[in-house]
Design a protein around this ligand. Structure first.
Ligand code: MG
Length: 375
């Protein structure tokens, strides 16, 4: 790794793991975190979880897994340019969606509604639960025992009530302090990734048309340039070239603006990062352009009637499963059975959140389809 800036996270200034372990001898601590994430069961399941489109709708659409890999790629490029810790941003990016339910945001909303009397369900917190407790891969501890900075980056946001229960990890939400620059990068790399791949997937699915995107300056500017330079380019290829340029434009803007912010603030150590305002940011103009794109996607893609149909069905599956498991604990696999209502609710939420799209659909069929008596 190239030399790190003095305000980057490093092994020297890391707050370490919750449970002390011998230092790795062939790789760095944050590489080890990344490797543990890649070998986790929750990471493999991301392959079969919805981003926007239900996993089996089409083989070419993004899933949570390919989304996470794209986020890691964008985050690493930005971190390298800014002399920040590339291994750490990669670990955060690959882990950031581990706690997602099946069926994307529809699934998360449904599970949160089911859990409203039991402390709610939040996918960020769930990602942390996965790496801190739910993965069972090590003889000596539950979870993956990741470094503080990786866990801090996974917990993007958190309510004050939950933050108060999280000890040192929750402190920044209570005292208005910032996470590392690496965590800030992973957060915005997520945004760059999904805004762009949702344009690509939206067009590929036919739910949005290229002409509609003329009202979105971020897309229109790049598309017009591509059309001017390559008038005969087939549409699909023009879309790819446009999306590629959009990602580049956003990442370059982010790098430039963040460099400006960092030098204006005069950061010289990691402690400065925590007390400074957010440093990793787009320029005001790019923020505005992103806002227009997000609004467009909300109106025309995420609320498209065909997406709404998927979401409505997904919500029904999740709330049916939750209700039936709460009603009769004996229907759960033994390792998820709990006696008190509160504990049972959390275990059911863990069980459901861990499901892939198709597993949830199958499980629903097994429990509710009356012609499948041999389930
Ligand atoms: Mg994400």
């Amino acid at each position: 790794m190239a030399e790190l800036a003095p305000y980057a996270v490093s092994e020297a200034n890391s707050r370490g793991r919750r449970r002390a372990e011998a230092a790795p001898n062939t790789r760095g601590e944050f590489q080890r975190d990344r490797d543990r994430i890649i070998h986790s069961g929750a990471f493999r399941r991301l392959e079969y979880k919805t981003q926007v489109f239900v996993n089996h709708e089409g083989d070419l659409f993004r899933t949570r897994l390919t989304h996470s890999i794209e986020v890691a790629q964008i985050a690493r490029s930005i971190a390298r340019c800014l002399h920040l810790n590339e291994d750490l941003v990669e670990a955060i990016a690959l882990a950031h969606d581990l706690g997602h339910t099946p069926f994307g945001h529809a699934g998360q909303e449904a599970l949160n509604a089911c859990m409203k009397d039991y402390g709610g369900f939040e996918h960020n917190l769930q990602s942390l639960r996965v790496v801190d407790m739910l993965e069972e891969r090590y003889a000596e501890f539950d979870g993956l025992n990741l470094c503080f900075e990786t866990r801090e980056g996974i917990l993007k946001h958190c309510s004050a009530i939950n933050a108060a229960k999280l000890g040192e990890l929750g402190e920044r939400f209570l005292h208005n302090r910032r996470p590392s620059l690496e965590a800030q990068i992973a957060n915005l790399a997520d945004e760059i990734a999904y805004n762009n791949h949702d344009v690509d997937d939206g067009l590929r699915s036919g739910l949005i048309e290229l002409e509609q995107l003329a009202v979105v300056p971020l897309v229109a500017t790049q598309l017009n340039e591509v059309r001017r330079a390559y008038p005969d380019l087939p549409e699909r290829r023009a879309v790819h070239e446009t999306v590629r340029r959009m990602i580049n434009t956003l990442a370059s803007d982010l790098i430039r603006q963040s460099e400006r912010n960092i030098s204006a603030q005069g950061l010289s150590a990691i402690e400065d990062v925590r007390s400074a305002p957010v440093m990793i940011a787009f320029s005001a103009e790019m923020n505005e352009q992103q806002r227009v794109l997000k609004n467009f996607l909300h109106t025309h893609l995420y609320r498209h009637y065909r997406v709404m149909r998927m979401s409505s069905k997904a919500q029904r599956i999740i709330s049916d499963l939750f209700a039936v498991f709460m009603q009769d604990v004996r229907l759960l696999p033994p390792s998820f059975q709990r006696q008190t209502e509160q504990e049972r609710a959390r275990a059911v939420a863990d069980y459901i959140a861990g499901m892939t799209d198709r597993y949830a659909i199958r499980e629903h069929r097994r429990l509710f389809a009356v012609d499948e008596v041999l389930a």
